[in-house]
Design a protein around this ligand. Structure first.
Ligand SMILES: Cc1cc2nc3c(=O)[nH]c(=O)nc-3n(C[C@H](O)[C@H](O)[C@H](O)COP(=O)(O)OP(=O)(O)OC[C@H]3O[C@@H](n4cnc5c(N)ncnc54)[C@H](O)[C@@H]3O)c2cc1C
Length: 393
């Protein structure tokens, strides 16, 4: 039986699209390569941006995105991203996400490249909380889910699309691609560490490109400035950027600050690489390059509220971040570019939508932290709704 909407991927963007399509009256199927939990979204820690501060506005948020992207983002998409951010947060609250609060309001942090405090958090497991709530919303809906069902073939038909997902052949009037980026595969090819989950291999982007969909900025991959460098168990872990928001600074071997620790991601990553190249870095016990992230400057109160998972992970590895600095080095993290979409998430192929990390334009060539979970919510909702409406039409 054909579905109205088929969603590929169970990260924040796919789940948001499925919920939104179903609420718009569509029959929905969702297929994921592994389990529903296996995705980058669930690993996201730091938080999600939205202009709630008294000195802030969606326009200032948009200006920060534009500047961080080095004026390469699609302004149309940026405006939607930032103007719909507050309502996206309330939508997430309606599905059950409880953001950390301070004195009644949201606890807001300033992240790299931002001129205002704008980052909402759920402790330091924001992505886990968001995907858990969205999975529950999907589970309580009529959406059919297929796990261990990788998309391997997508063919346009007279009435929409035929897709092979695992052993199943499904038909749907419209398809939403929400299969994330390719940094895991890219890191394996480069012999580097990555923060990504093993399913981030990019074959769905290739399927869309083979069908003739347009893409942009696919060469622009992002390094997270603070990959864990030591202990071994923390290599590839992304030390939340909120450590720097709450006072941690980057130091070289001589204990000197060498960069603005709250600069845009690409600038901070490059500064670390340059400092090490100048011979001012340190070495991990297994010979990897690193600099110090002085987390001892974070107050215990902030750490306990906003960094409990990070503390637990490091203390489990024998290092207390509140007593000694961490060793860190940039690590492959995010695919900035992707499939070209319009403001409803439709690609350049009719009836084929894309949202989340697989789509390009919203961040241009350099994403700010906290805007990806936001993009997944804002454009996941939009793509799901538009795909449902197009299917009905
Ligand atoms: C460690 C880490 C920390 C992060 N921290 C933050 C943060 O604090 N704030 C922020 O905004 N962003 C953060 N990000 C980035 C953000 O989490 C992701 O970019 C975003 O969640 C991607 O969501 P997505 O839905 O597009 O893709 P994903 O969440 O990666 O989901 C992709 C889905 O597609 C499925 N899939 C892949 N290929 C196929 C296929 N062939 N067939 C079927 N299904 C397929 C996968 O199995 C998965 O279900 C972080 C990322 C990482 C890795």
């Amino acid at each position: 039986m054909p579905y109205d909407v088929l969603v590929i991927g169970s990260g924040a963007s796919g789940l948001a699209a499925a919920v939104s399509a179903e609420r718009a009256g569509a029959s929905v199927a969702l297929a994921a390569k592994g389990s529903l939990q296996s995705c980058n979204s669930a690993k996201a820690q730091g938080g999600i941006q939205a202009a709630f501060g008294e000195d802030d506005s969606p326009e200032i948020h948009a200006q920060d995105v534009w500047a961080s992207s080095h004026e390469t983002a699609d302004r149309r998409l940026v405006e939607i991203l930032t103007s719909e951010a507050p309502s996206a947060i309330h939508w997430l609250e309606d599905v059950g996400v409880e953001f950390t609060r301070d004195n009644g309001g949201y606890r807001l942090a300033r992240c790299g490249g931002a001129t205002r405090k704008r980052l909402l958090q759920v402790g330091d497991r924001t992505g886990h909380a968001i995907t858990k709530a969205l999975r529950a919303a999907v589970a309580s809906s009529a959406t059919t889910t297929h796990t261990n069902a990788p998309l391997s073939e997508l063919v346009p038909t007279e009435h929409g699309w035929r897709a092979r997902v695992g052993d199943h052949e499904l038909e749907a009037a419209t398809v939403v691609l929400a299969a994330g980026g390719r940094c895991y595969r890219e890191a394996e090819e480069r012999g580097e560490l990555t923060t990504n989950h093993p399913g981030a291999t990019g074959e769905v982007t290739q399927i869309a490109l083979d069908l003739g969909a347009e893409a942009r900025d696919l060469d622009a991959l992002q390094y997270h400035p603070n990959g864990g460098a030591w202990p071994e168990t923390m290599q590839g872990y992304s030390i939340p950027e909120t450590t720097r928001a709450y006072g941690a600074v980057l130091l070289n071997a001589d204990g000197e600050e060498f960069t603005d620790s709250l600069g845009p991601r690409d600038a901070v990553s490059q500064a670390i690489v340059d400092e090490v190249a100048k011979g001012k870095g340190v070495e991990t016990p297994d010979g990897r390059p690193a600099v110090y992230l002085d987390t001892t400057r974070i107050s215990e109160g902030d750490a306990n509220i906003s960094l409990p998972y990070m503390l637990r992970r490091y203390r489990g590895g024998g290092i207390d971040p509140l007593r000694e600095p961490l060793l860190t080095y940039p690590v492959l993290h995010y695919q900035n570019g992707g499939l070209v979409i319009d403001e409803h998430g439709e690609t350049t192929l009719e009836g084929l939508f894309a949202c989340g990390e697989i789509a390009g334009g919203t961040h241009g060539r350099n994403r700010m932290m906290g805007n990806s979970l936001l993009e997944c919510t804002v454009f996941g909702r939009r793509a799901g709704k538009a795909a449902a409406e197009k299917a009905k039409a």
